[in-house]
Design a protein around this ligand. Structure first.
Ligand code: SF4
Length: 364
């Protein structure tokens, strides 16, 4: 057990990734980074993390910020319920914990948006708690270390992995000033999963600090990539939409999505179900009090969500500026669309269409 974590922690001290949230792993920084990293790549998070902190540097400012400000700072990261829960949790911390983020995984788990993995990650990295933070990386490494060849996406597999790593973790020192071996243990495994024990390809077992403990490497060398066992996913549901860029004198129509459901409360370009032909599109516009002066097909687009896929057909519509006051949309300037209204990345193709010269990041 001791050799396992010593080898792992030695490797980590030489190979750890330099990440912005590791420079000052305060509870707020670790919490924010862990929420942003849920289902999002590290490289995509870095810029958002810094921008968010520049505007909302602590839990108090987050609790007080308007929801639209938080959504705007999250624009393009996707999974917007994360930032809504982050804000709700900040309000709870201010109300119930006197502004101090609670220091145990058990208490953290009671806050909105914080599940088993995230509570363990924050508690171990920011407070030194002895608890493994088992995410997809740690599950994959576990499956190879233990030659676990059953479905990895089950609660039984997760339980086994938690038990396995709990036995291998170092003890928590009396004081966190003496070091944070438990937080480093989790972060070392995360980095190992990112650089050595890779998903979807042959792992770099020759450079693995814990290869002596790896059953798959020992008993089935060359076949490590066959694990973990992941059942084939279901096909995504496909939905067809027609999206309208309704424009008039430099302004474009946007509207707020319903408060519940997919992309709740965010802004979007007006759209409707189905792939409308030109005549049908004109009919839909008139039903919404828009009298098109010109209408033309523009680019098609796709967006993939976790469980569904949108296939979008676009129309650009030039309308009469005098009719603006009657239409049921907000006519927004490009600056307002960029700085004020949070448009999710599902519409990024049409966002770029508004001003092809504007520098809108690709990841949005
Ligand atoms: S030896 Fe290879 S398969 Fe085993 S944990 Fe290390 S990198 Fe992963």
């Amino acid at each position: 057990m001791k050799v396992f974590y010593e080898e792992l922690l030695n490797w980590y001290s030489r190979n750890r990734r330099e990440l912005p949230w590791r420079e000052d792993p305060s509870p707020y920084h670790v919490w924010l980074s862990e929420i942003m990293l849920q289902q999002t790549r590290v490289e995509a998070v870095k810029g958002y993390y810094q921008r968010f902190l520049n505007t909302l540097p602590d839990v108090g400012s987050l609790a007080e910020a308007p929801e639209d400000t938080c959504l705007k700072l999250w624009e393009g990261l996707g999974y917007y319920s994360r930032v809504r829960n982050l804000k709700k949790a900040a309000e709870e911390v201010m109300e119930n914990y006197k502004g101090e983020i609670p220091g145990t995984s058990a208490e953290l788990k009671l806050l909105p948006g914080i599940g088993s993995y995230t509570s363990a990650a924050i508690a171990s990295i920011a407070f030194g708690e002895r608890i493994p933070a088992v995410d997809g990386n740690l599950l994959r490494i576990f499956s190879r270390l233990e030659m676990y060849d059953e479905n990895i996406r089950t609660s039984a597999a997760l339980k086994k992995a938690v038990q396995y790593y709990t036995e291998l973790m170092p003890e928590k020192p009396e004081k966190i000033e003496e070091g944070n071996p438990c937080g480093n243990f989790n972060q070392a495994l995360m980095d190992l999963g990112n650089a050595v024990c890779l998903p979807g390809t042959v792992p770099d077992c020759g450079n693995c600090p814990i290869s002596d403990f790896c059953r798959t490497h020992r008993e089935r060398p060359g076949l490590e990539a066959d694990l973990p066992v992941i059942p084939a996913g279901k096909d995504k549901k496909v939905e067809f939409l027609t999206v309208f860029l309704i424009r008039s004198e430099g302004r474009t129509a946007v509207r707020k999505r319903p408060a519940r459901g997919l992309l709740a409360g965010l802004y979007e370009f007006p759209n409707t179900a189905g792939e409308l032909e030109r005549e049908e599109a004109v009919e839909w516009l008139r039903e919404h009090s828009v009298e098109p002066l010109r209408i033309r097909r523009i680019t098609d687009a796709e967006h993939i969500f976790t469980h569904k896929k949108w296939i979008m057909r676009g129309y650009e519509v030039i309308t009469d500026p005098f009719s603006e006051k009657d239409i049921p949309f907000i006519m927004a300037s490009l600056e307002e669309i960029t700085d004020k209204y949070c448009i999710p990345s599902a519409f990024v193709t049409y966002l770029k269409w508004l001003d092809p010269n504007r520098n809108i990041p690709k990841s949005r």
